[in-house]
Design a protein around this ligand. Structure first.
Ligand code: SF4
Length: 273
């Protein structure tokens, strides 16, 4: 049985877990192992997602689980993204309980729920079920995602999503292959989302890997061809996970590349510096 949620198309036998560690074949169906299992829950400023041009000054109830369908050696959240079921302490939170909690926090400037921290789309069914209930309560849904999802499930989910920050981790197929990802998939995810909801894009600048002027110029040019008003966040890298040997991105390099991107885009922000 093949999982058609992302381009990995894991071919799973009964009881087998997919590449993302979050989906399993059970009783002849592929189901999310991480449904309703929270590893993180916090009321964050919306700017932390990061979203700079969507309800500025508000806060959002942010939730995460475990697993990921990429293998970035620089992952900033590897403790949860690379975990398996049962390895971490988790709270069980039903979609109803989450939507009610979001509403309860409205008085604390909360505007809805952000699905974030690990890759939320591998827990597709949970995001879908929660998002419908959050909308019923008149609140918004925000996704923070690597954009690695097939077209059909993405189109189906988009009407429930109000804003997304989508990682564009570079702009060469080779770099994406090193992360076990697919550049064209992420480009399609961004293009489709930009037609239906508020979108911002984040690129972490890894020294010597994806931080050449040519690559960021190509990335910004392409993003401008989708919509020049999509905000782009260029973030400084810090040594993490399997990339402890690399120095942080020089701050001047982040600023220089932001200026390059500004030749094509209306809103470019620098992050972590
Ligand atoms: S979502 Fe997970 S199980 Fe499904 S194809 Fe992608 S990596 Fe494999």
């Amino acid at each position: 049985m093949i999982c058609k949620l992302c381009f990995h198309h894991c071919d799973l036998s009964e009881g087998q877990t997919g590449f993302c560690r979050a989906r399993v074949r059970r009783d002849g169906a592929i189901v999310p192992l991480n449904y309703g299992k929270m590893t993180c829950l916090a009321l964050d400023p919306i700017e932390k997602k990061p979203l700079r041009r969507f309800h500025p000054g508000s806060r959002i109830l942010s939730v995460g689980s475990f697993g990921c369908n990429l293998r970035c050696p620089f992952c900033q959240n590897h403790e949860i993204s690379m975990s398996r079921d049962g390895e971490l302490e988790m709270a069980e939170v039903s979609p109803e309980a989450l939507a009610d909690k979001a509403l309860e926090l409205k008085g604390d400037s909360n505007i809805g729920v952000a699905y974030t921290y690990n890759e939320p789309l591998i827990g597709y069914e949970y995001v879908r079920d929660c998002a419908a209930l959050v909308h019923e309560r008149g609140m918004v849904n925000v996704l923070v995602t690597n954009g690695t999802i097939e077209e059909a499930p993405w189109r189906e989910l988009l009407p429930l999503i109000d804003a997304a920050n989508i990682d564009l981790k570079g702009f060469t197929p080779e770099w994406y292959r090193r992360l076990d990802g697919d550049l064209e998939t992420v480009k399609r995810t961004i293009s489709l989302a930009a037609k239906q909801c508020h979108v911002e894009v984040t690129t972490l600048l890894v020294p010597g890997e994806n931080d050449s002027e040519e690559e960021i110029r190509n990335l910004a040019q392409w993003l401008a061809s989708v919509d020049g008003d999509i905000p782009l966040h260029l973030s400084q890298f810090f040594p993490r996970y399997q990339m402890m040997d690399k120095p942080p991105t020089p701050v001047e390099q982040v600023y220089r590349l932001a200026d390059v991107a500004r030749e094509y885009l209306s809103f470019v922000y620098t992050g972590n510096c």
